[in-house]
Design a binder for this molecule. Structure first.
Ligand code: NQM
Length: 347
């Protein structure tokens, strides 16, 4: 019986959750998942009996270990605990929680911090892709005090590589950039996160709404869930009724100087900002010649594009590197992470 497990609670980007060493958790998957659900306080939408914050963004788990692969230093396995049901899903990756992996690994002694900059190659077990992470470690120490995208934390530079078709096998799993589903043009795309991109206006909203207003719009939620359920098999994901992917991305022209504005459902709650890999995937769609996002976007030019995505909480910059054919070959972004608690967690 695993009652108490060593755990560090961290903010990664705009998400938050528990970071565990793989060796500290039960090895049996059913026991592990049951323990994690209890520790988060699920099944219960409020998660009052556990550490989860009553929202998918604050009900996340990162499991970290040294990697056995020659091309990686660390393995990162992401689990989403669904607050209401207690389901523990590994169908997606999370680029926000990824930001906490390198500081956590240093904290736990999986690797040493260099005097200056510490780098690690992280295998994202959920998708098989390796990301390069970099943090400043002056004097070989972690400093969480720098001002970053969410008030405080340590800046983490992330470079995603080989992410096209991360879960769907192909960048455009349905074979073309536009599919009509329920009379709405959709771009079904996976450049790190399986996403369905739809013009907000096609669904009768502006794309500038508050997440709470979008969540309160039952008719909108019904329509996008119908589209999502039909898109799942087209994306090679099968029946997605119980899956956290694909995510719904409602796009509109940016109001400031950004490339594009996005409101996302992940997939049933409206995101308060945007997922890191979701942002990369939307930015990639905008750069295709003929996606739903293309005519709404401001794309710039050159082989290195800074695509600033406007979201309900501000903006996120994705730096996309393109090959000679205009395909996105890697994506970089800056996130931050902060240690919040270290101790024993009771499940
Ligand atoms: O897309 C939320 C988040 C995410 C995922 C979700 C993420 C990403 O903001 O890389 O980070 O889409 O469930 O943490």
């Amino acid at each position: 019986m695993f009652e108490a497990v060593r755990c560090m609670w961290m903010r990664g980007g705009t998400s938050k959750g528990g970071f565990f060493l793989a060796a500290d958790l039960p090895s049996d998957v059913a026991s592990r998942n049951a323990w994690l659900a209890r520790a988060m306080g699920s099944p219960d939408a409020s998660q009052a009996d556990g550490m989860g914050g009553g929202h998918p963004l604050t009900s996340k788990v990162a499991i970290v270990s040294r990697s056995a692969r020659p091309d990686a230093d660390l393995d990162y396995y992401f689990l989403q605990v669904v607050p209401e049901t207690g389901q523990v899903a590994d169908d997606q990756n999370c680029g926000n929680m990824l930001a906490g992996v390198l500081p956590f690994a240093i904290e736990r002694g999986l690797l040493d911090a260099a005097d200056g900059v510490t780098e690690a190659r992280v295998l994202q077990v959920n998708t098989g892709a390796v990301a390069a992470l970099r943090i400043a470690t002056p004097g070989g120490r972690l400093r969480y005090g720098e001002a970053m995208d969410t008030k405080s934390g340590i800046e983490v530079e992330i470079e995603f590589r080989d992410i096209a078709g991360s879960k769907c096998g192909q960048l455009l799993p349905a074979g073309s950039a536009v599919q009509e589903i329920d009379g709405i043009d959709c771009t079904l795309i996976d450049n790190g996160m399986p996403c369905i991109i739809v013009a907000a206006a096609a669904l009768g909203v502006t794309g500038y709404e508050d997440p709470a207003d979008l969540e309160a719009n039952r008719e909108l939620r019904r329509r996008i869930e119908n589209i999502r359920l039909k898109a799942g098999p087209l994306m090679g994901l099968g029946d997605v009724t119980e899956k956290p992917v694909p995510k719904m991305m409602l796009v509109a022209p940016a109001r400031g100087g950004a490339a594009l504005c996005v409101r996302s459902f992940i997939p049933h709650r409206a995101h308060r900002s945007i997922g890191a890999l979701a942002a990369v995937t939307v930015a990639t769609a905008a750069l295709l010649p003929d996606s739903v996002a293309t005519p709404l976007a401001r794309n710039g030019s050159g082989s290195r594009r800074r695509m600033t995505i406007e979201h309900p909480g501000g903006t996120i910059d994705c730096i996309l590197s393109l090959d000679a054919d205009g395909n996105v070959k890697s994506a970089g972004l800056a996130r931050s992470a902060r240690k919040l608690m270290d101790g024993m967690l009771f499940g």
